[in-house]
Design a protein around this ligand. Structure first.
Ligand code: MN
Length: 746
């Protein structure tokens, strides 16, 4: 952690060693920066700039660059690049401070305290961008990263500072080993050059591109430069000829113009030659002239003159004045066949359009003498709006005009794998979505996730820039609860698929055992029944395979008895079944069958075989849990049943169940009443049930063997609707005089 720098007011006599900002090369570099700033704002207050410089110099005092120079020269150079673009003080100060959080661990709060909210936000943004890993050669990947950079950037100045940072790094790339040089150069070409282009910052873009091309594709660059060099004179002469010609023709038409001859950028030439497999001669826009005039009207007039003089190439006329590019670029473009049959490109624009083309979005953060920044706010918003649409560039040129979205890419989040691959997900996506985006096997086996090195719950909502590591366990199966968390249809479909398959497997197992059990009960020897016979029955139910028949039985679509009747009609007569929960549990209940009411329902499954477990015999209203038994369907236990705890050693057999809406079913409950043995007691007890319309299935009174007094025990099996009714009955019995206690028997 950095400590406070010495006070700015100097006391040279008391401090023998010079302060970090007094080191001659450092002071000189800063002096140059101030000079550039002064040139455009002679009366401006630069005390904040100076303060940022001194603080940054102090914080970086123990660091040197790869070149061995004091580190502070780098932020000063970045600020100088921005000063040359006449950027505002927030940009310049942020550039001076851009590495102190990352490299010197100066807290962002400290920046905020010293330099205010705006600057701290920009510095924080630049720091965050620096932490991203962006190492990929894939074009789609690069596009995602570019989008992400903008999505993360509420203040475009973060990007502008980052571009200046990158520019200076490229300018001093020589000091780094070749491998790192190439990596940085490629990253610049893939990420930062297109961003500079999207932001319309033509000048910065051109410099970044030339430098990265030199280091990133040294051979290609050298070859292009050699070829250009070999025809330099010819190209120059040719451009001079056209330029002269154009100036003459346009002045005859009284169109005031400035004409610039230019060569296509080396990197663009190289890309085009590579992409189209052509020689440099065949690049039709290798040579170009730019005509800058005073009005839109004269742009079109000039175009007319050009087309009158030289034959235009079909399909090469583009009117970016009527339909500006999303980055607000405006110009007329055409390619024509010039003298000696050589083609060249012509760009025609006004001075204002030219300024926008060169500076782009940066123009709106420029320092303007005597003006405050707010006037440009509308323009800035217009910029952001256009950026939103950059993907539609050239495809739907009108669409961006109507959009009102200001937030950039808010519908998507961009996250990284630990290896730096970008995963694009919808907003609010969770780690499960991320896992499925990697691979469905990773998704299925996902048991947890680390985000930025920390364990997070699976419901965690991913944020831009999160580095996500998925924790897996090979045998793990997706859970139904995940369906409520995931945001991608890919994850949802895969989870559903697995759950359906698992449920089907369970149903097959249940169905087969159900059939065996019923066969035993009804005296049918299944072993005597051939596979072909069963297959035929399956066919009658519309199923191709026996497995399907079992599954249908397991899901309770029809009863085992029906099946047995079909295979052994002589043993199992056809009877109308009216299945109901009987007193003796376990009970296989074919739910969904006509006349039956579901009493317990498995969450998310319409019909499956369920019964209430004998051990705890839960009744409506109690908290319950399902357990897939081997062969008897799903046993429903009370959550606090002792057996459940021991059954849970196979958690995958646990299944969520809930009490289903039901009309008339009732639950048998056994109870014991301890009473004084007196006349009329039994009558008083039974009348409680009568009043509650609860049926008594059995009642038996006996003397208490453990006591020798006149006490008695009454055993009852009664039918109750639900927990509430049971409690009402129990308390009514307790109120009877002479009743000592009553308990439910499990
Ligand atoms: Mn830097």
């Amino acid at each position: 952690m950095a400590t406070e720098p010495a006070p700015v007011t100097q006391n040279a006599a008391a401090v023998p060693a010079p302060a970090p900002w007094e080191d001659p090369p450092v002071a000189e570099a800063y002096g140059r920066l101030e000079e550039i700033v002064r040139a455009t704002r002679p009366s401006g207050d630069l005390s904040a700039l100076r303060k940022a410089f001194e603080k940054a110099a102090f914080w970086h005092r123990n660091r040197t660059r790869a070149t061995g120079e004091p580190y502070i020269l780098h932020p000063i150079a970045a600020a100088e690049i921005l000063a040359g673009e006449q950027m505002d003080l927030v940009c310049l100060i942020s550039a001076l401070l851009h590495d102190v959080v990352e490299d010197e661990e100066v807290p962002v709060d400290e920046i905020r305290r010293l330099f205010g909210e705006e600057i701290s936000r920009v510095v924080d943004g630049v720091t965050k961008l620096g932490k991203l890993k962006m190492a990929s050669r894939e074009e789609r990947q690069a596009e995602s990263v570019r989008k992400m950079l903008l999505a993360m950037t509420s203040d475009i100045r973060v990007i502008i500072v980052k571009l200046a940072d990158r520019m200076h790094n490229l300018q001093t790339l020589e000091a780094l080993p070749a491998e790192r040089r190439q990596r940085i150069a490629h990253e610049t070409l893939e990420i930062y050059v297109p961003i500079a282009h999207r932001l319309g910052m033509g000048r910065i873009r051109a410099q970044l591109e030339d430098l990265s091309f030199k280091y990133g594709e040294p051979e290609g660059c050298q070859e292009i430069l050699q070829q250009l060099e070999s025809r330099r004179q010819a190209n120059q002469d040719y451009l001079q000829l056209i330029k002269h010609n154009v100036e003459q023709k346009l002045s005859r038409e009284r169109i005031p113009v400035r004409v610039e001859g230019r060569l296509k950028r080396p990197y663009s030439i190289w890309q085009k030659m590579k992409r189209q497999h052509i020689a440099m001669d065949q690049v039709y826009d290798l040579l170009a002239i730019r005509i800058i005039t005073d009005s839109v009207k004269n742009c079109y007039a000039a175009l007319g003159v050009i087309h009158n003089e030289w034959h235009p190439i079909m399909g090469r006329i583009k009117d970016f004045i009527a339909i500006p590019r999303p980055n607000l670029y405006q110009s007329l473009h055409t390619s024509v066949i010039g003298p000696e049959g050589h083609s060249f490109e012509v760009q025609i624009r006004t001075e204002e359009m030219h300024r926008v083309a060169e500076e782009g979005i940066a123009a709106h953060w420029k320092y303007k003498e005597g003006r405050k920044g707010h006037e440009d706010e509308d323009q800035r918003i217009a910029w952001l709006r256009h950026l939103v649409e950059w993907q539609q560039e050239m495809r739907e040129p009108q669409a961006f005009m109507s959009t009102l979205k200001v937030e950039l890419y808010s519908e998507e989040v961009y996250c990284f794998t630990p290896k730096g691959k970008v995963i694009v997900l919808p907003r609010d996506a969770c780690p499960i979505d991320f896992a499925y985006a990697i691979h469905s096997d990773v998704g299925a086996a996902c048991v947890g996730a680390k985000v930025n090195g920390r364990i997070v719950p699976l419901k965690y909502q991913l944020r831009n820039g999160d580095v996500v590591e998925i924790l897996t366990q090979p045998s793990h199966q997706p859970s139904k609860d995940w369906l409520a968390l995931v945001k991608t249809s890919r994850a949802r479909n895969k989870i559903r698929h697995v759950i359906n398959a698992t449920e089907r497997a369970k149903a097959i197992e249940i169905g087969e055992k159900y059939l065996e059990k019923e066969a035993r009960r009804l005296g049918v020897q299944l072993s005597r029944i051939s596979k072909a016979q069963l297959e035929q029955v399956a066919g009658e139910y519309g199923h191709a395979k026996i497995e399907d028949l079992y599954a249908a039985l397991g899901f309770g679509r029809f009863s085992a008895r029906h099946v047995l009747h079909k295979v052994a009609p002589e043993i199992v007569p056809e009877t109308a079944e009216t299945p109901k929960v009987a007193a003796s549990a376990p009970v296989t209940l074919p739910p969904g069958a006509p006349g039956s009411d579901l009493i317990v329902k498995v969450k998310g499954i319409d019909d499956v075989l369920v019964y209430r477990a004998k051990c705890c015999n839960p009744i409506r209203g109690e908290s319950i849990v399902g357990y897939v038994t081997r062969g008897k369907g799903i046993a429903v236990h009370s959550t606090n049943c002792k057996n459940v705890q021991s059954l849970l050693y196979e958690p995958e057999r646990k299944i969520d169940v809930e009490w289903a809406r039901a009309t008339s079913d009732s639950f048998p409950v056994k109870m014991m009443v301890y009473t004084d043995d007196r006349p009329g007691m039994l009558h008083e007890i039974t009348s409680v049930f009568y009043n509650e319309s609860s049926n008594i299935r059995s009642v038996e009174a006996r003397g208490d063997q453990h006591r020798n007094d006149d006490s008695a025990i009454i055993d009852l099996t009664v039918e109750v609707r639900d927990k509430k009714q049971l409690e009402k009955i129990l308390s009514a019995i307790r109120r009877i005089s002479g009743v000592r206690d009553v308990e439910r028997v499990q």
